[in-house]
Design a protein around this ligand. Structure first.
Ligand code: HDE
Length: 710
């Protein structure tokens, strides 16, 4: 109190003790001085008291006349806008795109034309089914939307982290989404496919089978938004300066590799930190560990397109990389967090129809439907047709046209001319045939061109071959996870006939998969007989589809948790920290109490997290630094026992001081310890730990602990 600089009895804002000091009536008053702005109403009127509403007498009724208070509450009452009907929960970041291998031979798009050219971007990653406040770790597809603010207008690549989709025709989207969303009578489950309506619909929609295999794989439980691949899904066109068109599929590849969590981890993370992905993205950027992706295209011509076993307009199919390789064009780096979640991440309006000269559409019937949908949704979500004026959506290049008015118009367009052609405004905007966007004059739908038809072409009819190819391309652990995921999901389905139908489809995908799932759920001999429209064929497996198969040995961008007790050896800990930092990983200190621990040397070690709030599922690998005395209380602490048991069950590398050994006994794993459990008492063992942790998981352990994975 001695330091406070009082003005009329109120505390000064600059004083750090201000939060401790209550003003009259119990509220803390903070008053402005020359250096601080005065608080005003939305009309700019300076507010004298922001703590008390206007009343008739100190204890009397509040007065309607109190415009400042009413304005404040009215604003608050309207602070929510409708959330996105799909992809409501998202996390965004700013950054840039840089061309590494220009492709002017493929496209006239200026942002892809020159080596080293940089374009500002905003990316938003999302779950699909949950509400804006849902957890980050359901089994769900992740949206991967990027807005490129190019010098020829905004290009939005609105993709997902899976390269195929559930449906072939946009008309089915308003059926698909309500099947996965919470059931309308009961209002649950929030963001889960594991319920009757989803599997009911899916089991009646054979075209979804390829996507269903993908969503039951580890792709739908990513370790981090920074470790996800991204895909444009549809076949797009690139058009070069000579007007030549090339088909493309767009790809994003995280430079630190893709990684997923194990289902049991996902379940636990969602409880322990529902913001796990959002926090991870924000913290990585804040620390300067900028997430980065390679951007590439699979480019192919009409002739190649005609040679595939499937139709390139069918969004339920991939083109294996082994058939058409990915050409890397550039990289995206996300280096800036939003400063205002609502203004940026929430108000960002993406649209697959936002393309620039040199990028064009195909007649993929799913893409065609999307071209209508996204502007339409923004009109109700962002309250009118002027959402392009919001700072996050505005193009960074000049934007001039003759559109005027509408709800919440920000631009004050002068002049009497709001039409074209005109002679009254010679400096007004005009067409530009040379630089303007021109649609590629595609000839599509041979044979049927010109006829109005409501049909699904025969070329879209193979619903199982790529699903089989996907399953066969997975490593053994990934196949196990797919089996477990189906077993889990179908166990949550209450209606037996729906489970039977799904088993019938799985038998068409792969007999071994169907058998594993029906055994796991105890429904042998209860498959429905499904007759496919077109019998599946055996395609060559595509090894590039396996995340485990192509995982890089790296610790970059990973987080290791060290559980440390009083009296622990700080030298070993620091040696581990140094080694991890050299690898681009981070060490987080978990202590029994957030106040930290006193090390053997007497030095105090600050904790990043308390054990009760930092289960081992938060980390990619763990270590335990305990003294003989320090371990004792942990042997009776269920959080500590779970910490180790889970780390082991989740196939993590575990480093430990010799005194930590008794904890393994308490966790019931003492007899199973393997090469992924490493004693860290000798300096050389740190190197061994790093090498093991770089391999990320001890897959061989899985068969022994599989009960924690089902
Ligand atoms: Fe979307 N989708 N979608 N979608 N979608 C939306 O637009 C829609 C589809 C995707 O971070 C909505 O602004 C239809 C495929 C992402 O803001 C809406 C169809 C793919 C995002 C909409 C599809 C996507 C959306 C909701 C079937 C992968 C989040 C709010 C034809 C390629 C973008 C909004 C963000 C968002 C409609 C199918 C990806 C309602 C009608 C396929 C990543 O307009």
């Amino acid at each position: 109190m001695a330091k406070t600089n009082k003005t009329k009895g109120f505390e000064k804002l600059a004083d750090p003790e201000k939060y401790l000091v209550a003003g009259p009536g119990g509220a803390t008053h903070q008053t402005a001085d020359a250096a601080q702005a005065s608080l005003t109403t939305n009309q700019g009127v300076i507010v004298a008291d922001n703590q008390n509403a206007l009343k008739s007498g100190g204890r009397g009724p509040s007065l309607l006349e109190d415009f400042a208070s009413r304005e404040k509450i009215t604003h608050f009452d309207h602070e929510r806008i409708p959330e996105r009907i799909v992809h409501a929960r998202g996390s965004g970041a700013h950054g840039y795109f840089e061309v590494t291998n220009p492709i002017p031979h493929l496209t006239r798009a200026s942002f892809l034309a020159e080596k080293g050219k940089k374009t500002e971007v905003f990316a938003r990653f999302s779950t699909v089914a949950g509400g804006a406040g849902a957890g980050d770790m359901p089994r769900d597809v992740r949206g991967f939307a990027v807005k490129f603010y190019t010098d020829e207008g905004n290009f939005d690549l609105v993709g997902n982290n899976i390269p195929v989709f559930f449906i072939q025709d946009a008309i089915k989207f308003p059926d698909l989404v309500p099947s996965v969303k919470m059931e309308p009578d009961r209002g649950y489950p929030q963001d889960a496919t594991a319920h009757d309506t989803f599997w009911d619909f899916i089991s009646l929609l054979p075209e979804s089978m390829n996507m269903v295999l993908w969503i039951m794989s580890d792709r739908t439980i990513p370790r981090s938004l920074r470790m996800m691949e991204g895909f444009g899904i549809h076949t797009f066109r690139l058009v070069n300066a000579d007007g030549k068109s090339t088909f493309v599929k767009f790809h994003w590849r995280p430079t630190i590799g893709s990684a997923s969590v194990i289902w049991d981890e996902a379940v636990k993370i969602n409880g322990a930190d529902p913001d796990f992905h959002r926090r991870d993205l924000h913290e990585a950027i804040a620390k300067g560990a900028f997430p980065e992706w390679e951007f590439g295209v699979q480019a192919f011509d009409e002739e190649q397109a005609a040679s595939f076993d499937f139709d390139i307009l069918d969004a339920t199919k991939i083109i294996p990389e082994e058939v058409i390789p990915i050409e890397v064009v550039g990289r995206m780096v996300l280096d800036r967090n939003p400063v205002n979640f609502f203004a940026e991440t929430e108000q960002a309006a993406f649209h697959p129809g936002h393309v620039v000269p040199g990028i064009d559409f195909t007649s993929d019937p799913l893409l065609q439907g999307r071209l209508f949908s996204y502007t339409d949704t923004q009109i109700s979500r962002l309250g009118g047709a002027n959402f392009h004026e919001l700072p996050i959506n505005r193009p960074r290049c000049p934007m001039r046209n003759l559109q005027r008015d509408g709800m919440r118009r920000m631009d004050v367009n002068p002049g009497r001319v709001a039409y074209e052609p005109n002679s009254l405004d010679p400096s007004g905007p005009r067409e530009n045939p040379k630089r303007g966007f021109r649609t590629f004059a595609a000839q599509e739908g041979e044979g049927e061109t010109g006829q109005k038809l409501r049909l699904r072409p025969e070329s879209f009819a193979d619903h199982y071959s790529q699903a089989r190819q996907f399953y066969r391309s997975m490593s053994a652990p990934e196949q196990r996870h797919i089996q477990n995921a189906f077993a889990f999901e179908l166990s949550k389905v209450e209606t037996p006939v729906i489970r039977s139908r799904v088993l019938g489809h799985l038998a068409l995908v792969e007999e071994a998969l169907a058998h594993a799932v029906e055994t796991a759920i105890g429904m042998e001999g209860q498959r429905a007989e499904i007759t496919p429209y077109q019998a599946p064929i055996d395609l060559e497996p595509s090894p590039a589809l396996s995340l485990v198969g192509k995982a890089k040995p790296t610790l970059k961008g990973r987080k290791v948790g060290a559980l440390v007790t009083d009296g622990a050896d700080g030298d070993r800990l620091e040696a581990l920290r140094d080694a991890l930092e050299k690898e681009g990983a981070e060490l987080a200190i978990v202590a029994p109490k957030i106040g930290g621990v006193d090390l053997k040397s007497g030095k105090h070690l600050v904790a990043d997290m308390a054990l009760s709030g930092a289960p081992s599922v938060f980390f990619d690998a763990v270590a335990i630094f305990a003294s003989a005395e320090g371990i004792k209380p942990l042997l009776k602490n269920s959080a500590a026992i779970d910490w180790v048991r889970d780390a082991f069950g989740h196939l993590k590398v575990i480093g430990h001081s010799s005194s930590a050994q008794p904890l393994f006994g308490k966790a019931g794993i003492a007899d199973d310890l393997d090469e992924g459990v490493i004693e860290l008492d000798a300096r050389s063992s740190v190197g061994q730990y790093i090498e093991a942790a770089k391999r990320q998981r001890v897959w061989d352990r899985e068969a022994r602990v599989s009960e924690s994975d089902a």
